[in-house]
Design a protein around this ligand. Structure first.
Ligand code: MEV
Length: 323
């Protein structure tokens, strides 16, 4: 039996704009997805996702759900990662996969990427295929394409490598050396949404208003660059202001909504340095940069505004095989 795990992420700056080649900054946080892999005697692939409440068997392309037919879409990306790794082993082996996660699903915290990353690592270790982090990232990115259409790759990258990174599509990821602990509160609207649909909606808006949306995307990239400097200086005031400006741009491209704005204003009004939505938007989560002394106050304000909230800490540990 092998268990591997991978962390959730929050995007500090640059979601959506990153899909069009602008830089974005993400950190891995201390919530993880766990994949437990065991060998089967037959050649089936069995996947059980505890959090999604779905499970079923794959025999080649044929799928046999355990409970509900509608589960196929949710399990196919995971199965894709498993078969890719088995393909590298050049063997047709059966595998059981049990997935459990601390990461809320469809909330902008990269749960699907963390599941794909941990699955890939667990199955690779189980069948004795040596996978570099780059291999794990590529296989997980392929699974993300099945879920999100045209992902930038930022989610599987941060989940694989951990820490803080500057991500730019098509370029090598740069680890960002931040001394600052980046004190954050994550607030969840608990409205689930599809990142793929939001990315597609932004693309339609950009196609319709190329010069306007194109400029907004470029400004999004400039904010990320300024934020890198502020992170290096440990300047919470400027970082807070940049978060607020970044959120305004995300509103302009249509990915915020009333529920998100409600939590964001609750956080700002209770003393956060700045707040924005994080991830795809349309529901899911916000982040609030909050000095340590005000964390409890901000969490309480978000909860009074109808969300759930927790303090998030950066973790440097990306994907790992559990002892
Ligand atoms: C999703 O966590 C981040 C988006 O920018 C999509 C992507 O980069 O793949 C919205």
């Amino acid at each position: 039996m092998v268990v591997a795990s991978a962390p959730a992420k929050v995007i500090l700056f640059g979601e959506h704009f990153v899909v069009y080649g602008e830089p974005a900054i993400a950190i891995a946080i201390d919530k993880r997805a766990y994949a437990e892999a065991t060998l089967r005697k037959d050649k089936l692939i069995y996947i059980n996702s505890v959090n999604l409440g779905v499970s079923g068997f794959f025999k080649g392309r044929h799928f046999q759900p355990e409970k509900d037919k509608a589960t196929l879409d949710k399990l196919v990306p995971i199965k894709n990662s498993v078969t890719k790794v088995l393909g590298k082993a050049n063997e047709t082996i059966g595998v059981n996969l049990d997935i459990q996660s601390d990461i809320p699903a469809s909330a902008g915290l990269g749960s699907s990427a963390a599941v794909a990353v941990s699955t890939t690592a667990a199955v690779g270790y189980l069948v004795g295929v040596k996978l570099s982090k780059e291999d794990v990232f590529e296989i997980a990115l392929d699974a993300e394409r099945l879920i999100h259409g045209t992902p930038s790759g930022i989610d599987p990258a941060i989940s694989t490598y951990g820490g803080a990174i500057i991500f730019q599509k098509g370029k090598d990821f740069k680890p960002l050396d931040v001394k600052l602990s980046i004190p954050l509160v994550v607030g969840n609207t608990n409205l689930e949404r599809s990142t793929g649909e939001l990315v597609a909606a932004v693309r339609r808006m950009r196609d319709y208003y190329p010069s306007i949306v194109g400029e907004i995307i470029k400004i999004g990239g400039e904010i990320a660059l300024r934020a890198i400097e502020a992170l290096k200086r440990g300047d919470l005031k400027v970082l807070g202001e940049l978060l607020n400006i970044n959120h305004a741009l995300l509103s302009v491209i249509g990915v915020s909504n009333e529920a998100l704005d409600h939590l964001i204003y609750a956080a700002r009004n209770s003393g956060a340095c700045g707040a924005k939505l994080t991830g795809g938007g349309g529901g899911g989560c916000i982040i609030a940069l909050t000095e340590d002394s005000r964390i409890k106050k901000v969490i309480a304000a978000i909860e009074r505004a109808g969300g759930t909230a927790f303090q998030a800490r950066k973790t440097d540990e990306g994907v790992r095989v559990e002892p």
